[in-house]
Ligand binder design. Structure first.
Ligand code: NDP
Length: 314
């Protein structure tokens, strides 16, 4: 076991991935073992790999504690917690798990859109509770044929567009750069918001997209517009969103991600015109298993002297 590379696990990871790591590497778990700073200092010189997730903070100073660090493997496609430029300076590989989760996240974007527009969660309570006996359920909002704006037309954004095409939606998008696709391009998010009924956020997180959805964008989306966020909590100004939901500035929101997970402001949770899910867009058994396999295989490839499989882009 002396030749086994030492891996530091810095996030809550699924058991399947922990098993793969433990069966192949010498593992220390910062989360489960609650390592103190002193304990960490003892193992730090041995650490050659870090296993993280999309939320774990793997910053410059943290990585500086591990002089033998060679690779950070992120369980997730988003890697906004990792300081990639700092890793690059030291030649540390950073890998993530693109593609394997695309279908599930796109499915959840559509699920949230339908759930909030058709008021599915409220309707379920209405049916269960017997309220139905007092009269019919209030009218809801039609999704088929409506106008959809996708912010972040990448792997997942395009999968959302393909699904929305099946609902005969008019599809438009905003990216920093125009793509060769049959959808209408908007160079800024505010004019896209003004032109659609549903605005779906599916960009990466991090500094480049922080509060992309602010009070102005919500105002542009308007009282009949719905916001769907399956990207990162950081892309929406949550305070502005709560104000807009309360004032009826927008019609409603379907949210899988939040600014301060797992904490959701009580004011947001109290709103009737929202559907909230606990950052589970990629959370099917088959996909989380595929993500775990890929996160492990990146480490395994690297420590077998092979190129990593899915490095983060430049
Ligand atoms: P991609 O890299 O394929 O797509 C990202 C898209 O966002 C690109 O089209 C890019 O286009 C666009 N983009 C980047 N920065 C900006 C910006 N500042 N303004 C507007 N558009 C921008 O990634 P994926 O589709 O695979 O994943 C997208 C994100 O989804 C992940 O990074 C993650 O944050 C989130 N996610 C959430 C999950 C969940 O559980 N809720 C699960 C999986 C992913 P361009 O470069 O031209 O701007």
């Amino acid at each position: 076991s002396n030749e086994r590379p030492t891996i530091l696990i810095v996030a809550r990871l699924p058991q399947h991935l922990l098993d793969l790591l433990q069966n192949n590497f010498t593992c220390h778990n910062l989360v489960l073992d609650q390592l103190s700073d002193d304990q960490l200092a003892v193992i730090a010189p041995q650490v050659r790999g870090i296993a993280a997730n999309g939320e774990a903070k793997v910053g410059r100073e943290f990585m500086a504690r591990f002089p033998a660090l060679e690779i950070v493997s992120v369980f997730g496609v988003g890697y906004d917690g990792v300081d990639v430029p700092a890793a690059r300076e030291r030649g540390i590989h950073v890998t993530h798990t693109p593609d394997v989760l695309t279908d599930d996240v796109a499915d959840m974007a559509i699920a949230l859109m339908l759930a909030v527009a058709r008021n599915v969660v409220r309707a379920d309570r209405f049916a269960r509770s017997g309220e139905w006996k007092n009269g019919p359920f209030p009218f809801t909002t039609k999704v088929s044929g409506a106008r959809l704006g996708i912010v972040g037309l990448g792997r997942i954004g395009e999968a959302i567009a393909r699904r929305a095409a099946g609902f005969d939606m008019e599809i438009a998008y905003h990216n920093r750069s125009r793509k060769d696709v049959p959808y209408t391009y908007f160079g800024d998010i505010k004019s896209l918001a003004a032109a659609v009924d549903f605005l779906v956020m599916i960009t990466p997180g991090g500094a480049g997209t922080r509060a992309l959805v602010n009070a102005d964008v919500l105002e542009a989306l308007g009282p009949k517009g719905f916001l769907i966020n399956v990207a990162r909590g950081s892309v929406v100004d949550e305070t502005a969103l709560i104000a807009a939901l309360k004032a009826g500035t927008i019609a409603g929101a379907g949210l899988d991600v939040f600014e301060n997970e797992p904490n959701i402001p009580a004011e947001l949770a109290a709103q009737e015109n929202v559907v909230l899910t606990p950052h589970m867009a990629s959370g099917t058994l088959v996909t989380r298993t595929a993500m775990a396999d890929l996160a492990f295989n990146n480490l395994q490839a690297h420590f077998s002297g092979k190129p990593v499989i899915t490095p983060v882009p430049d």
